[in-house]
Design a protein. Structure first.
Length: 261
């Protein structure tokens, strides 16, 4: 998100746009802060530079690391060569998500006919504090306006943000799965097995996650869990399978579970 008239701290990564190139370096605009910084030629590459324009060009977008901040002079020294490939990728992704989230708030402001600052204060700040702004809007796209209502976001604002988020954020779920083998020799064994499988689907789980059960070939049943992330998915799978096995054991049957990659 754009933070006008504020400053980054030493060690921060910033997204910047090259504005002017000189023989000793490049002056860049720090996109998130609205201020200018200097990328000295010695901080562009760890190799010798014959022509600085072989490495940077006007209008180029790059991720830089903050080396020094002089608030009195309004001067920031930056480095390109000290940014790893992984840092660059992660920072650009975070920056793009921040811009997208800000765009969603702006669209809600226009649709509701209220000032953007009001949207930021009554919704954006609450989402940012609880989840992170983009992450919260992504969760809202997946689960609906209830996510925002529980944070205290006004209903009309929550519903509008949920509608916009669902339209513009493509959500993804992770899947984990395994095979349950359930047997029961009781006269109503088929019903007892069915109830054990239904108990796995009915477990209490994080909102948005799902448990699905399919027949492979009796007595084998495929159980799949869809969730927001792998940690959550594995926890739900463990709870679901343990519930099914407990229920079939209580029905004087037997069961086992095998994790499938």
């Amino acid at each position: 998100m754009f933070r006008e008239r504020s400053w980054p701290e030493v060690g921060d990564l910033v997204v910047a746009t090259v504005r002017r190139i000189t023989r000793y370096g490049a002056y860049v605009l720090m996109d998130e802060y609205g201020g200018e910084g200097l990328l000295h030629i010695s901080e562009i590459s760890s190799t010798w530079i014959r022509n600085i324009r072989d490495f940077v060009r006007e209008g180029q977008k790059m991720v830089l690391k903050v080396l020094r901040v002089d608030l009195e002079r309004g001067h920031v020294d930056l480095s390109l060569r000290r940014v790893s490939k992984r840092e660059r990728i992660e920072k650009l992704l975070s920056w793009k998500r921040g811009k997208k989230a800000e765009g969603l708030l702006r669209s809600a402001s226009e649709k509701l006919g209220i000032p953007l600052e009001e949207i930021r204060g009554r919704a954006g700040a609450l989402i940012e504090k609880e989840f992170g702004l983009y992450e919260g809007l992504e969760k809202t796209a997946r689960e609906g306006a209830e996510v925002l209502l529980e944070l205290g976001v006004p209903k009309e604002m929550a519903v509008t943000l949920a509608e916009i988020a669902k339209e513009r954020i493509k959500t993804s779920m992770v899947k984990v799965k395994g095979t349950l083998e359930l047997q029961c020799a009781e006269p109503d064994g088929v019903s007892l097995i069915r109830e054990a499988l239904l108990s796995a689907k009915r477990i209490q789980k994080p909102r948005g996650s799902r448990v699905n059960v399919y027949v492979v070939a009796a007595p084998r049943y495929r159980i799949e869990v869809l969730a927001e992330n792998y940690q959550e998915a594995e926890q739900v799978l463990k709870k679901a399978t343990e519930t099914a096995l407990k229920n079939i054991a209580e029905a004087r049957g037997k069961g086992s579970f095998e994790r499938v990659k």
